[in-house]
Design a protein around this ligand. Sequence first.
Ligand SMILES: C[S@@+](CC[C@H](N)C(=O)[O-])C[C@H]1O[C@@H](n2cnc3c(N)ncnc32)[C@H](O)[C@@H]1O
Length: 346
Amino acid sequence: METEESLAVKIKKTEGEQTRVFLRNHNLLKSNLKIKRSTDYLFIPVKESIKDFDNFNLVTDSFEKTKQSISTYQHLLNLPIELQSQLPTSFDIIGDIILLKLPKELQSYSKEIGRALLKTHAHVNTVCTIDPVSGELRRRNVHVIAGKQKTVTNHKEYGLWFKVDVEKTYFSSRLATERKRISNLIEKNAFVYDMFCGVAPFSIMIAKYAQPKQVIAVDKNHDAIKLAQHNIQKNNVSNNTIAIHEDALNTKQILSYHKIIPTHIIMNLPFSAFEFFPLALQVIKNNGMIHYYDMIDENSIEKRIDQLKSTAQKYDSTLLETTMHKIKTYAPHEFYIGIDITVSKK
Ligand SMILES: C[S@@+](CC[C@H](N)C(=O)[O-])C[C@H]1O[C@@H](n2cnc3c(N)ncnc32)[C@H](O)[C@@H]1O
């Protein structure tokens, strides 16, 4: 039996299939190695690029090789040798659309690259190259390089369906485990306010799995809210969830109109959530939790937590607990972080 040493994700068997699909969708699986099993756990061999994701329990072990090694999209391409190493090893798959960042040296080969990806990913119908998300409404330029000319797709996550327009709205499939983690923290009698909801993946995950009293989801992007409303219907959570096209600056008016004092506030607007933090402090229930997200240099994390604490003091509040975790890297030493903050009010 031929074996190979590899990094692997250690995951409870009950979460195995969900995780395998996630790893496959992010091109992280080592398909030439067999998955190992213990009584309670699966050990799924993965590529080194898993280190971009910080949510996984990683181990190193030796794995049996599969008889047939499945060809990768890189194998189907005939590129000059100096360009081969620049081919992306990981990319996002949202629904049936691959989103790819191509270095400029590879732009003139984009059509061949797109066609190779279509051949090696049977469930994919469109391959796009993407520019970084930009602007307040977090849109991005998308260029279809192979397959069907479309930017709208349906993405499945933890048994939920999200309709997404990858051009007009923000959605990250990499936050799936984070959304599930938050839904596990929320109690049945909770009131949840999702300040920057996008197509409402946090709101719907929480509504479905935590079954709180009510979820109010807000976004300034009209396209996002239309999709959020569709997704709420599609996932049968309209009994406790609404999506409103509004500016989060009007939070006090929105909450007073709906007569809710949130026990949990989701603030997923990296780079700018800090500006809205005073507003969240003013409306959160005593001992409620703010789930705050930011993109930040590793060396600035402590400073940001201190800034959050001193902002709280100005609003007669104390941050009882600030639990920070790194969700993913987006540049060397730069992290997408989440902080669960418990607020005590005087
Ligand atoms: C990073 S996306 C997060 C979307 C969603 N929470 C998710 O996880 O997919 C941030 C969202 O905030 C919205 N946004 C930006 N400024 C806003 C504001 N002042 N009020 C409400 N929404 C805003 C954008 O339109 C965008 O959909």
